[in-house]
Design a protein around this ligand. Structure first.
Ligand code: CAA
Length: 241
């Protein structure tokens, strides 16, 4: 039986590549998205992957989304918590709204989605949960107190939930991508990207979304059952923990 996989933020950026890679591995994929209808429709037309619109920061909306996907595709075996936003700014200029928005979308969402699929995974004794953190959750990043805090939160969450569910056939892992060529990174001021960030990447370039998707398919595979609570860094050598 094909595994059913849900990718949050699965129609754009890294999530776009993850959805396609999981489909190519034989999963029945559902791609969640929150806002950009045009991009989502284009993604669906190009890939044939069904799209589901809801805000992952909203627990009740997640409940509805999970129910719809389960009804359409079957019980969820693989959850990729990928949805994320940035609201960069120095802490001394950061608004409460920009703090709250990032924590809600990048961290609360992971509780919401994981909480809603974990009972089913436990009862079926199988599950693969892959959380997408960031190099900036590992090392901290100026201008990203909100994002670094949320992404570091995923590291602790992953390890706790991995321990709780290890005996139930469920693995929980986290990937920490470095700077990947997506719209999110293109939003960094060009001079900052070129003078402060690129020179710090030993591989000498931004990563690709497909390179992160490959990490996800590795961890989401049935054969990856002995890897849990791990953090896979994919950052071109920029940060070696
Ligand atoms: N590393 C080192 N120095 C940096 C820097 C960085 N990443 N970003 C900014 N600076 C420096 C600037 O060059 C500038 O130095 P000078 O005064 O010597 O010129 C100083 O810090 C102040 O920067 P700004 O003039 O840009 O000040 P600002 O208040 O307008 O903006 C900022 C500050 C919000 C940090 C902005 O520069 C910025 O957005 N930087 C990028 C932050 C970043 O790396 N975000 C990652 C987004 S991608 C992502 O999040 C995906 C992922 O997981 C990796």
């Amino acid at each position: 039986m094909a595994r059913v996989a849900v990718v949050t933020g699965g129609t754009r950026g890294i999530g776009h590549a993850i959805s396609i890679a999981l489909k190519n591995k034989g999963c029945r994929v559902a791609a969640n998205y929150a806002g950009n209808d045009a991009a989502a429709r284009q993604f669906q037309a190009e890939t044939g992957i069904p799209i589901y619109k809801w805000d992952v920061g909203d627990f009740a909306a997640c409940q509805e989304g999970v129910t719809r996907i389960t009804r359409d595709l079957g019980p969820i075996d693989v959850l990729v918590n990928n949805a994320g936003i940035t609201r960069d700014g120095m802490l001394h200029r950061m608004t409460k709204d920009n703090w709250d928005a990032v924590i809600r979308t990048n961290l609360d969402s992971v509780f919401n989605m994981t909480r809603l699929v974990i009972d089913g995974m436990r009862s079926r004794s199988f599950g693969r949960i892959v959380n997408i953190s960031s190099i900036n959750g590992r090392k901290g990043q100026m201008g990203q107190a909100n994002y670094s805090a949320a992404k570091a939160g995923l590291l602790g969450f992953t390890k706790a939930v991995a321990q709780e569910n290890a005996a139930k056939g469920i693995t929980v892992n986290v990937i920490a991508p470095g700077y990947i060529a997506t719209e999110m990174v293109q939003a960094v001021p060009k001079d900052v990207l070129e003078t402060k960030i690129l020179p710090l990447i030993p591989v000498g370039r931004l990563g690709t979304a497909e390179e992160i998707a490959r990490c996800v398919t590795f961890l989401a595979a049935d054969e990856a059952g002995f890897i849990t609570g791990a953090c896979l860094d994919a950052n071109g050598g920029q940060y070696m923990a």
